[in-house]
Write a protein that binds this ligand. Sequence first.
Ligand code: AMP
Length: 143
Amino acid sequence: MTVASILANKGTDIVTVNPDESLLAVAQLLDKNKIGAVVAVDADGKLAGIMSERDVVRAVARGGPEALGEAVATHMTKKVVTCKNEDRISSVMLKMTEGKFRHVPVVNGGKLAGIISIGDVVKRRIADIETEWQAMQDYIAAG
Ligand code: AMP
């Protein structure tokens, strides 16, 4: 099972921000879209960083409410771990576990092509386990 199979179901929409936007704008986007992270892109649409709800919480915890007026560029993670369409879902799970993050943008040929969250991965694993269980039941019933 690959990243492409998850994107085929969930779609390739990504909520992006400009690195100059404020943390308040990010918090509002996360709330409006019911998501946990946004991807920051530069003027050319290239991946510049990732900003998750954890970064917003950290900035406010350390800087107080004024931090909400600060720029995404100051608080985002700039070294983003990404995956490709052809990557196996298990390798994305490994990246999330090792890096202790819950979002992995998909980049194909240098182009942003979607985002995989830990929720997408878990949903897919549950569906796979259900399919395997049903196949096993059918095999037993046929025997
Ligand atoms: P998350 O678990 O996704 O809320 O993110 C936890 C922390 O990891 C935050 O500081 C994020 O900016 C950072 N982060 C999230 N996704 C990635 C990623 N794919 N690559 C690198 N850092 C990330």
